[in-house]
Design a protein around this ligand. Structure first.
Ligand code: SAH
Length: 221
């Protein structure tokens, strides 16, 4: 068992060094959480051979667990520039729950919505076992956000959207940021939108590939 921990710690350190730091992620808050959260616990059958590899991994129902670097890039852009603990983040697409754990370390509260009920149940079980108490799990369509608990200091969308849903912008707090991949079903651009005095300042962070966002403001079949 100790040997197992030694291996997973080592693989995680290598992931941090060669996939995350070397590509320019430098926020110490982000680096610390990537060092501590045990990614292999969220991978089906705890496959340690692939858990720390440099790409997305398959989950159930054709869904995927995002590449570690992409999670780090999104979260570095989501966090406010100052070092106070932001209050509330809305995560759309719980998936494996790995990114949910990272967010739970960096925000006071996480509201996480997943459209596939089985995935919501699986992630909730793992994160409860790990002792996280600051996550609200919801099964449903997150493309509409979750107005009941708005406003949010951050909203992070882990699936590719055809456009930026207006309803998500409305649920942002002053100074809050929305991180969302926008494009077609094959390829998207990572968009960061910051709300400042009722203006929305948009920047783009390059190309990315996500599974399609479903639901009312996603891709309708
Ligand atoms: N960050 C997650 C990414 C999972 S893939 C991880 O690393 O595990 C994206 C997830 O978004 C899938 O689980 C998919 O079912 C979910 N999803 C897609 N459209 C959604 C919607 N409208 N509301 C909530 N979840 C959605």
């Amino acid at each position: 068992m100790n040997n197992y921990k030694f291996i997973t710690d080592q693989l995680r350190n290598e992931m941090l060094q060669y996939q995350i730091k070397s590509r320019g992620i430098s926020d110490p808050r982000v680096l610390n959480t990537f060092k501590t959260v045990e990614r292999h616990l969220f991978i089906p059958e705890h496959s340690i051979e692939t858990a720390y590899s440099d790409h997305a991994l398959p989950l159930n129902d054709g869904q995927t667990i995002s590449q570690p670097y992409m999670v780090a890039l999104m979260i570095e852009n989501l966090l406010p520039d100052n070092y106070t603990l932001p209050k509330k983040v809305l995560e759309i697409g719980t998936g494996s729950g790995y990114q949910t754990a990272i967010l739970a370390e960096l925000f006071e509260q996480v509201i996480s919505i997943e459209i596939i009920p089985e995935l919501k149940i699986r992630a909730e079980k793992i994160l409860n076992q790990l002792g996280y108490k600051n996550i609200v799990f919801i099964a449903g369509d997150g493309s509409k956000g979750y107005p009941d608990l708005a406003p949010y200091q951050g909203i992070i969308v882990s699936a590719g959207a055809p456009d930026i849903p207006e309803v998500l912008l409305e649920q942002l707090d002053e100074g809050g940021k929305l991180v969302i991949p926008v494009g077609n079903v094959q390829i998207q651009q990572l968009n960061i939108i910051e709300k400042q005095k009722d203006n929305y300042i948009k920047t783009k962070k390059g190309g990315c590939v996500f599974v399609p966002l479903k639901g009312e403001y996603g891709w309708k079949k």
